[in-house]
Design a protein. Structure first.
Length: 477
RNA sequence: GGCGGCAUAGCCAAGUGGUAAGGCGACGGUCUGCAAAACCGUUAUUCUCCGGUUCAAAUCCGGAUGCCGCCUCCA
């Protein structure tokens, strides 16, 4: 099935055709490692994780590159304030990042380059730009890109240079010839890390690393390049200027940008200080709940983060796991085959939704439909044949592999959820089980008054009982 | 000041020309000793407002209002 992708510069969906057959080169801007990652980062990482999983599922040979910016002003500032080296800071937060990605089940990229590993390539690229007259060395030894020399500057973000100059918020730096120019190479100040270069002892500007690394690993033209919306300008605009200026080849075929996570309707960011770290959140919320919340909405829309939203996603996740558990328990050797058409239809719908600009929200809606349909079938006849069980397993395997959810053993997951809030009830498991047994005895003796007393007492402590032919189970609500 | 995006039920949210997905909540029903879960049904004659194009508009065009983002580090 042909995939269509919303391409930022043309502002519409376009059929996706990679540059060379089934091979795809995809680059997503990673994080600057100077602090713990927050759930805004999580969204971007999960969006591109799901996209990469889906592209692979569709049979593409994907090379996914995601960088670490491991030297920059903020890392240096952080190191200085803690009296340590930039290297220690970046190493520490790369480790923390990997721990978080592991928790969130975000798969590692195929290549995870760091700016500091590509200094020679960066210098080479800057030299090339200088040769072509697109860059100039300032008096202090820094090198700037001369934006006015690149005719197409602004084509990604839809801005014109004259308009930008008119804007009051462009910094005027002494060293720049033009306010729009940006640094390719920064001369290092006292106490800052530096590398030798033809211009000065210095370090790379922020934008240049992505051009240098992506070209080195994937070639001058990328099939897909992504990142958060906020990177469109100036970061990605500058990358285009650098790469196309140097190589005279189209830099990116499809630009993909994800929307923000907001808190109380306001963008969450490190600089605003209103952020929630991945670590904090996953200490209380199941990682799959967060993944489900994020994919329940289209990747380009903003998501407002709230307790209620988390709770709703958690309920949905429990609903799916309960179905999986029910399927496991209902599978028997006999029984008629009747569920294969339902499973097949779902897989078709799923593919259709995902191929339409990675419409995860619609795909999740299909998953809800699937859940309702299977539950309905099981209500009318509770056993599932081996063949049907296989069909259902392949449908849910598709969901797991693309979304990275429903990967736990259902019984285990439900048990975990059940235990997660047990401390709030003031009871331990044995006490709960004793009360359930007492209630069971009362019910057997038709002493429903006593049975209901026990049930209501447990309910007041947040424990909900569920009776079924196989016995009584409880859950924490 | 410039540029861009969004506005769909009580809430969250899909849907870019063919007559409003899905979830949460609420209400009614089936099941149950009664519940819970699951299932069935009801819950937007209408998509912020005003014009226009069209046989046909939530979808396209023009205008108004409101919210958000970018233009400075940002996922």
């Amino acid at each position: 099935m042909t995939i269509s992708i919303y391409n930022t510069p043309v502002k519409k969906k376009q059929p996706f055709t990679p540059l060379s057959g089934k091979k795809i080169g995809m680059y997503a801007c990673g994080v600057t490692v100077y602090d713990m990652s927050h759930i805004g980062h999580a969204r971007s990482l999960i969006v591109f994780d799901v996209i990469s999983r889906y592209l692979r599922k569709q049979g593409y040979e994907l090379t996914y590159v995601r960088n670490f910016t491991d030297v920059d002003d903020k890392i240096i500032a952080r190191a200085n304030s803690l009296g340590t080296s930039y290297k220690e800071i970046s190493e520490k937060y790369i480790d923390e990042f990997r721990t978080d990605m592991n928790t969130l089940k975000v798969k590692p990229a195929d290549v995870e380059p760091r700016a500091t590993e590509y200094i020679p390539q960066i210098i080479e690229l800057v030299r090339k730009l200088e040769e072509k007259g697109l860059a100039y060395k300032a008096e202090d030894g820094s090198v700037y890109y001369s934006v006015s020399k690149f005719r197409e500057y602004g084509k990604l973000s839809g801005r014109r240079t004259e308009e930008m100059i008119a804007g009051a918020r462009v910094d005027i730096e002494e060293q720049k010839r033009d306010p729009l120019d940006f640094a390719l190479w920064k001369r290092s100040k006292e106490g800052e890390p530096w590398w030798e270069s033809p211009w000065s002892k210095g370090r790379p500007g922020w934008h240049i690393e992505c051009s240098a690394m992506s070209t080195d690993i994937l070639g001058p033209t990328l099939d897909v390049h992504g990142g958060g919306r906020d990177l469109i300008f100036p970061h990605h605009e500058n990358e285009i200027a650098q790469s196309e200026g140097a190589y005279n080849a189209p830099f990116v075929r499809y630009w993909v940008h994800n929307g923000f996570v907001t808190i109380n309707g306001e963008k969450m960011s490190k600089s605003l200080g209103n952020f929630l770290t991945i670590r904090e959140l996953t200490s209380e919320v199941h990682p799959e709940t967060l993944r489900l919340l994020l994919i329940s909405q289209h990747y380009r829309s903003p998501i407002n983060f709230s307790k209620e939203a988390i709770q709703t996603s958690n309920q949905a996740l429990v609903r799916f796991y309960e179905l999986l558990d029910r399927i496991n328990r209902a599978t028997t050797a006999g029984g008629a085959d009747r569920l294969k058409p339902i499973a097949d239809a779902f897989m078709g719908n799923f593919e259709e939704a995902m191929s339409d600009d990675f419409n995860t929200a619609k795909a999740v809606a299909h998953l809800h439909d699937l859940t309702t349909e299977i539950n309905r079938e099981l209500d009318s006849s509770p056993s599932i044949s081996e063949d049907d069980s296989r069909s259902l397993r392949s449908a849910f395997k598709l969901v797991s592999e693309v979304f990275g959810i429903l990967e736990d053993e259902p019984a285990q997951f439900l048990d975990l959820i059940k235990r997660s809030g047990i401390s709030e009830t003031g009871l331990d498991e044995k006490e709960i089980q004793d009360l359930i047994d007492q209630r069971g005895a009362a019910r057997k003796a038709k002493d429903f008054k006593r049975a209901d007393e026990i049930r209501n007492m447990l309910l007041s402590k947040g424990i909900q009982l569920k009776d079924s032919p196989e016995g009584t189970v409880w859950e924490k609500i």
